[in-house]
Design a protein around this ligand. Structure first.
Ligand code: PMP
Length: 431
């Protein structure tokens, strides 16, 4: 009863929002027509990377064929045109995140590099022996290991926000973890394993009451929901292009200007300098101080096209579509014998308008090893991910070695959920 009411609310919401036509949208993604092992591909590994629409790939091919030249350094026509595209992409990212200024948008190779940059620079400037860095139980290794490395260098300590068995962060425990020794809080907006959407706005408010800055890992949230860094009031925000329908090799670190101004560069080289002599180097202004070397200017252009693409469909519409898929998938999966789903069950999901669970579902069935399940589903054309999902401490907390993970994107359909469910049933019967 509860579920059908949820679906009805969703249908109403969909009508109001003017949903996109998924069948038509799929035509933008040529790879989705592929067959694997003679079966139509059902791609449910979007948490690892998303497929690319023509609009992104064609813009990049066009740039290589018709514009290519190194950016920022040339007086000639092509170099200026390439620079214009690159800087226009920075403006697109600024608008997408609603940052105040393009000085706050640093291009990196991805979330991992963004966090390594911050952990190094922030550590150098702000962290001393005995200080503390707060992370959560559900962090991806990318938002854990760089901080651990920095803590080791500086003699600082990691503190970890615990979570409930359903994968919800314990805000009461966070309250106690924030002390005068805390230098920064680093937390994911959405778990790549559990799908939990964390209350980052509340976390930021709590940290700011104690003048502690917050980094939000947006690798999993940016593809699924509207992000407004001014509304969140986060101090830093990281995401990867390839998880939001853009190319590999490009990502973003957003930082408030007042913070970035205070932090030292991460890497030295071309572009990040103002003047260089053998005695002394002075650094360029923002954002270039943090962008040593030739950037992947074709990928930044591709990223901008990807962000234009998702904005064209509407982040609210994408979120509504994926929430409906996730609810449908949870309902069907929960009906499978021996099914164990990690993260919030369907009955605990809050209103569709304020979701606290994104479209990522991790599960195990009976005693079937996650690798066996993944391998057999693959033979049915279903691409899922198996293993620890770069979150070993979270696996330890859950008392397991790994899970099977189905992660959804704007182009997935209920029919694909049905194929997944039938596939799992088939594997289950084999064991
Ligand atoms: N954080 C989270 C939550 C992620 O899911 C991932 C990718 N799985 C990363 C960080 C790292 O992203 P990338 O490999 O693109 O740097």
């Amino acid at each position: 009863m509860v579920n059908s009411k949820l679906f009805r609310n969703f249908a109403l919401e969909k009508e109001r929002n003017g949903m996109y036509d998924v069948k038509k949208v799929r035509e933008d993604f040529p790879i989705l027509t592929r067959e694997v092992y003679g079966r139509p591909l059902v791609y449910l590994d979007n948490g690892a990377t998303t497929q690319k629409p023509r609009q992104v790939v064609e813009a990049m091919v066009d740039e290589y064929y018709n514009v290519n030249a190194n950016v920022h350094r040339g007086v000639h026509f092509l170099s200026q045109q390439a620079t214009d595209l690159h800087e226009a992409s920075r403006e697109t990212v600024r608008g997408f995140l609603n940052a105040q200024s393009t000085s706050e948008i640093l291009f990196t190779r991805g979330t991992t590099e963004s966090i390594n940059l911050l952990a190094f620079s922030f550590g150098e400037a702000m962290v001393k022996e005995g200080d503390e860095v707060v992370v959560s139980t559900m962090e991806h290794h990318s938002n854990l290991v760089p901080w651990q490395m920095m803590c080791e260098r500086k003699g600082a300590h990691l503190r970890v926000i615990p979570m409930t068995d359903e994968g919800v962060l314990r805000m009461d425990a966070l309250e106690e973890l924030l002390t005068e020794r805390t230098r920064i809080v680093c937390v994911t907006q959405m778990s790549n394993v559990l799908g939990t959407v964390n209350p980052v706005k509340d976390i930021i408010r709590m940290a700011h009451e104690r003048e502690i800055p917050v980094l939000v890992d947006g690798a999993q949230s940016v593809p699924h929901m509207r992000v407004d860094v001014q509304d969140l009031d986060c101090d830093f925000f990281a995401f990867s292009g390839h998880k939001v329908y853009g190319p590999t090799g490009v990502g973003v670190l957003y930082g408030k200007e007042e913070w970035l101004d205070r932090l030292p560069p991460y890497q030295g080289g071309g572009e990040m300098i103002q003047t260089v002599s053998f005695e002394k180097t002075t650094y360029n202004g923002l954002p270039y101080k943090f962008e040593a070397g030739t950037p992947d200017y074709v990928a930044t252009h591709g990223l901008a096209k990807a962000l234009d693409y998702v904005r064209g469909l509407g982040m609210e519409q994408i979120e509504a579509h994926e929430q409906e898929l996730m609810r449908y998938a949870l309902e069907r999966l929960e009906g499978i014998e021996g099914m164990r789903i990690f993260g919030l069950p369907l009955t605990s999901c809050s209103s569709p308008l304020a979701p606290n669970r994104g479209a990522v579902i991790s599960f195990l069935v009976g005693n079937i090893h996650h690798l066996d399940m993944g391998t057999l589903l693959d033979r049915l054309g279903i691409a899922v991910r198996t293993g620890h999902h770069c979150a070993e401490p979270l696996m330890r907390r859950l008392g397991i070695e790994g899970t099977v993970r189905a992660s959804f994107a704007l182009y997935n359909t209920k029919e694909e959920v049905d194929v997944l469910v039938e596939g799992i049933e088939r594997v289950r019967r084999m064991f």
